[in-house]
Design a binder for this molecule. Sequence first.
Ligand SMILES: Cc1cc2nc3c(=O)[nH]c(=O)nc-3n(C[C@H](O)[C@H](O)[C@H](O)COP(=O)(O)OP(=O)(O)OC[C@H]3O[C@@H](n4cnc5c(N)ncnc54)[C@H](O)[C@@H]3O)c2cc1C
Length: 299
Amino acid sequence: MIDFLKLTSLEDVTEMLWADGPAALLIAGGTDILVHPEPFSEKKILIDISQVDELRKIEFEKKGLIKIGAAVTHQEIADDPLIRRRAHLLGLACAAVGSTQIRNLGTIGGNLGNASPAGDSIPALACLKAEIILTGRDRQRFVPILEFFKGPGETVLGFDEIIEAVKIPIRKGRTVAFFKKAGQRKGMCCSKASVALIARRHSDDRLSKVCIAMGAVGPEVIDVPEAARALEGQVLGAQVIRAAADCCCRAVRAIDDIRSTAKYRRHVVGALLTEGLLEIFDHMSKLKKRRKRRLRRLR
Ligand SMILES: Cc1cc2nc3c(=O)[nH]c(=O)nc-3n(C[C@H](O)[C@H](O)[C@H](O)COP(=O)(O)OP(=O)(O)OC[C@H]3O[C@@H](n4cnc5c(N)ncnc54)[C@H](O)[C@@H]3O)c2cc1C
């Protein structure tokens, strides 16, 4: 028998965890827990946090930060106007999760808590240099996204802590970004491999401040500084794109598993990066043509 508690305040949740942490299991959307019920056997209390007010908000904070509560769903993130304007990459990743039903239930906190290397929000959060806020009864700590994971299914979260929110620093200037994933089908499936990229776009089409991260191709999400360096200060062209794609393929640390093979994953990350960069190239070419037309009209 397991007791079920639905709490609505963060204080009550942290009190419960402080008192009964090892016996308690948090549930938000339930889209991971309910299909992998193994942890239930060791737990005595299931705490539903899906309606905790403090965890349900997306807020703009001072110092150029966006704070996203852990119980905000993927669909809410994808649809949010602030995210669309200032952290579009995360919106793209959340829009690529599962299906409408999964996106309406599954939360960003659950995606992190599950700690799957295939979690789609994680490469995007890595590119955005997000920090996770972990809260306990008497303490709060801020953990950089990639330091949160210790391996597949393992995190630094303590028994008495909850993921309260994710903080994302807003990038300055015009940015380009994409999130690409390869799965068994086009929808309703987890990633075999994924690639996220964000960069600043300059008026002469050069890219700078490039960040690239890959999901599902190693025990944790991998950031790829070598691939980012290959694009830094460059205008996109065939050679530059090929060099960055090669770096991504080399950085893969995948194994053969139920979803795919290491060989396929090594190949597909290069293809995903190339596809995303070609879309950016097309987008920038269109902008250039529009600029030229506008100039001609002014003359
Ligand atoms: C059919 C299907 C398709 C899917 N497709 C995708 C996909 O394409 N991409 C993808 O990334 N995922 C996918 N998933 C996995 C899942 O939907 C996501 O990981 C989702 O974000 C989980 O969120 P949740 O709120 O449902 O988590 P839950 O199932 O409620 O919880 C998951 C884990 O996180 C812990 N947890 C939850 N909230 C917190 C918190 N605030 N603090 C600490 N721990 C917490 C729980 O204790 C549990 O261990 C899919 C799942 C299914 C069933």
